[in-house]
Design a protein around this ligand. Structure first.
Ligand code: SF4
Length: 235
């Protein structure tokens, strides 16, 4: 059975069979998530900016307040910064996020272009990835959220939970930089399993494989986890 990525600096990528077993075990615990792409790339982009350093609830409150306050993205872009900041305050670090949202909208609309990302549905994924990552403050994770959740395209967001669980299970190289993590995650994910693997690794990170004191004894993947013994021994 082949490896899903090249061997790198003393670390060997997992075999496809191993990835498939982990995927199957996670699906046994958490099910197979299904969420049809919603088609609104700009909304997903703004939502992802709002999600930084806060929980889902506060992010959603901030997003709803923004949508209620401003009838269109053009109005968000053209509003006084303080008004945007006030609208998204429940999401935290609103000064930074409001400036970033306006800078992103400015960049998308530069030269009189429409504030619209729907062209990505028919564009090569790499082209959309490059476009998104060139926007102010947008990195691979945010780009992957837009591509996967809005358009159902082949990309996998690697957030703090996905990277931690992936590293502990030996799917991802420990301490790998973000760019490498996204490339590696994509390489090990079977086409069509992008949403499933992302969501189930995230759920596992939130519910069992916590950053501090993971519940290894109750973990459905404990027999296939190379980190368990070390984590149970403690520091
Ligand atoms: S055994 Fe422990 S470290 Fe490994 S995946 Fe489960 S909870 Fe995480």
């Amino acid at each position: 059975m082949g490896r899903v990525a090249a061997t790198k600096a003393g670390w060997t990528a997992p075999s496809r069979a191993r990835v498939a077993r982990i995927r199957e075990r996670l699906a046994g615990v958490y099910g197979v998530p299904s969420a049809a792409p919603h088609g609104d790339g700009l909304a997903e982009l703004v939502l992802t900016v709002l999600s930084q350093s806060t929980n889902d609830r506060n992010r959603d409150v901030a997003f709803l307040r923004l949508r209620e306050r401003f009838p269109a993205w053009e109005a968000v872009r053209d509003a006084p910064l303080e008004e945007v900041e006030e609208a998204i305050r429940p999401g935290g670090i609103s000064k930074v996020k409001s400036a970033r949202i306006q800078a992103i909208l400015e960049a998308i609309g530069a030269g009189g272009r429409d504030l619209d990302l729907s062209w990505m549905v028919d564009a090569p994924v790499e082209e959309s990835q490059r476009y998104l990552c060139a926007l102010p403050g947008v990195g691979r994770k945010t780009a992957a959220c837009v591509l996967l959740f809005a358009f159902g395209l082949r990309d996998v967001p690697v957030d703090t939970h996905v990277s931690r669980v992936g590293m502990r299970l030996g799917l991802l190289r420990d301490k790998a930089p973000f760019e490498e993590l996204h490339d590696a995650m994509l390489a090990l994910t079977a086409p069509g399993a992008e949403l499933e693997l992302h969501v189930n690794l995230l759920r596992h990170g939130r519910r069992t494989c916590h950053a501090q004191r993971p519940a290894c004894g109750a973990c459905a993947l404990r027999r296939m986890c190379p980190s368990r013994a070390k984590l149970e021994r403690g520091p």
